[in-house]
Design a binder for this molecule. Structure first.
Ligand SMILES: [Zn+2]
Length: 497
């Protein structure tokens, strides 16, 4: 991408471009200000080993991800969990270019027999040799500075993809549960009472209880904005419930710092003037969290966040990746429900149905009539039992089934998506079988649909499609989708009546 904007020949943004404005001309030039990255992006752009390697931070020479006892005797080498701001020995851009050059020079000299030695060298430097990588591109060295231009993405350091905020909320929930076994439920009901100014809920129902990891050292499972909201809820819980009772004062203090850091980060470019406060609070939070939750709790992201204040000051902008993340709302909305259920038709389809249903909400209900089976087959004997239970009366032995049924709206086929009017509201379902039978002692023929319930429209809650349900065909109010040739298409009542 950088070679597109700063190529060795032809138009180059750094050289500039002359633009005409009326009779005047001016030159527009652009340089790279920052490359906003999380751990994974660091790893991919700079060919570094990443958080799993010994050198888990690209900015620090002496911060390592190794067993603590291995570096216990060294004053210089530091473990990522405990390295303070003062203890860091920072890499320079030149250091990275030198490491890339050393690897490039070492590679041809060592033959195949020395592969292990070469791998060892890569591991020691924390950089992988990539002949096509950005570090060895001598032309780009003028434009891209590996350390100066790398800006840590605070949103991913704290709130998403296993950020330390997600780990801290998990530990916070474990701590309050140790105070009282139902405290997480109490936190949930407390959080449920918090509304945004527009009246919407801050967090989904039972958020903490459902999203906590079953592993004590895991992290709460949620999206970026949910983590930010969870920090707000936990902070208020500390203020309103824990602190007045004198419970967990250090945990509350730690959550206060995390909440204040959050407020600073969400303040946009105003933060550029106050990076000293951010740095101070980050360091206080880091120290206290290690005291409260133990050193094993820390992940390399906690260390990486320590560089954020400095990066914001250097770049002169508080870059925020939340806006890019928001574009994934539709996918995430679906994923939220996939997390809850395991069946695809009970999950992904739910979301699609809800959006369809909102369009159909204004349509008047109309019951369909004249339902009868196409090519009926004699039903198995045990089905009669179920039908009798549903009808509340005995039926004759002549129950029939079919994969297709005619109704006043046309032919329905197994697999069509149907909507029923049932006691207590509407139900959506996928047709599984059509059944008809005659009640004993009367001439009434009942036609019914066996369906997999998908969405119970009223009351508004999700219902997993784990069981089959039975509805009388005259309760069919809307045919949502039906097969037409190779396609399925939505069918609305007003088109049919
Ligand atoms: Zn570092």
């Amino acid at each position: 991408m950088l070679t597109v904007f700063f190529p060795p020949t032809g138009f180059n943004f750094a050289v500039g471009m002359r633009l005409q404005s009326g009779d005047e001309t001016f030159t527009i030039r652009a340089t790279l200000a920052a490359n906003i990255v999380d751990m994974k992006a660091h790893q991919k752009t700079l060919d570094v080993k990443g958080s799993a390697g010994w050198h888990c931070c690209i900015k620090c020479k002496n911060v390592l991800n190794v067993k603590r006892q291995r570096i216990a005797t060294s004053d210089y080498l530091q473990h990522y969990s405990t390295a303070s701001l003062q203890q860091r020995d920072l890499n320079t851009d030149e250091d990275y270019w030198e490491m890339a050059d050393v690897l490039e020079a070492a590679r041809p000299m060592l033959g195949d027999r020395s592969k292990t030695k070469f791998k060892e060298l890569e591991k020691r430097l924390g950089v992988n040799h990539n002949p096509n990588g950005i570090l060895l591109d001598k032309h780009l060295r003028k434009y891209f500075l590996p350390v100066t231009h790398s800006m840590e993405d605070w949103a991913h350091c704290i709130y998403a993809s296993g950020g330390f905020g997600q780990y801290e909320i998990q530990q916070f929930c474990i701590a309050i549960r140790a105070v009282r076994v139902d405290m997480v439920q109490k936190l949930d009901s407390f959080a449920a009472g918090i509304r945004r100014p527009n009246g919407t809920k801050l967090l989904p129902k039972d958020f903490f209880a459902r999203r906590m990891s079953t592993e004590d050292d895991g992290h709460i499972k949620c999206f970026m904005q949910e983590t930010i909201n969870a920090v707000t809820a936990c902070r208020q819980f500390c203020q309103m419930v824990l602190q007045p009772a004198g419970r967990l004062p250090k945990h509350c203090e730690c959550m206060r710092l995390l909440s204040e850091i959050t407020c600073l980060l969400l303040s946009g470019d105003r933060l550029v003037q106050h990076t000293d406060i951010l740095e101070q609070k980050s360091e206080q939070h880091r120290r206290l969290s290690l005291q409260v939750y133990g050193e094993d709790w820390a992940t390399p992201k906690l260390h990486q966040f320590g560089h954020v204040a400095e990066s914001i000051a250097k770049v002169g902008a508080n870059l925020d990746t939340r806006h890019m993340e928001k574009k994934h709302n539709a996918t995430k909305g679906t994923a939220t429900h996939v997390m809850r259920h395991t069946r695809a038709d009970g999950t992904v389809l739910h979301r699609l149905l809800w959006s369809e249903q909102s369009d159909m909400a204004g349509l008047s209900e109309s019951e369909f009539s004249n339902c009868h089976l196409v090519n009926p087959q004699v039903a198995p004997a045990d089905l009669a039992f179920i039908l009798e239970a549903h009808l509340g009366e005995r039926i004759s032995q002549t129950a029939h089934t079919s994969r297709q049924m005619f109704s006043s709206v046309g032919k329905l086929t197994v697999g069509d998506l149907l909507q029923f009017s049932l006691a207590g509201g509407r139900a959506f379902g996928i047709a599984r079988l059509f059944v008809s039978c005659q009640a004993l002692g009367s001439t009434r023929t009942a036609t019914m649909v066996v369906f997999s319930p998908l969405v119970q429209a009223l009351p508004r809650h999700w219902q997993p499609a784990s069981q089959l349900a039975l509805a009388s065909a005259q309760h069919l109010i809307t045919l949502c989708y039906r097969e037409v040739g190779e396609y399925i298409e939505p069918v609305l009542p007003e088109l049919e009546l």
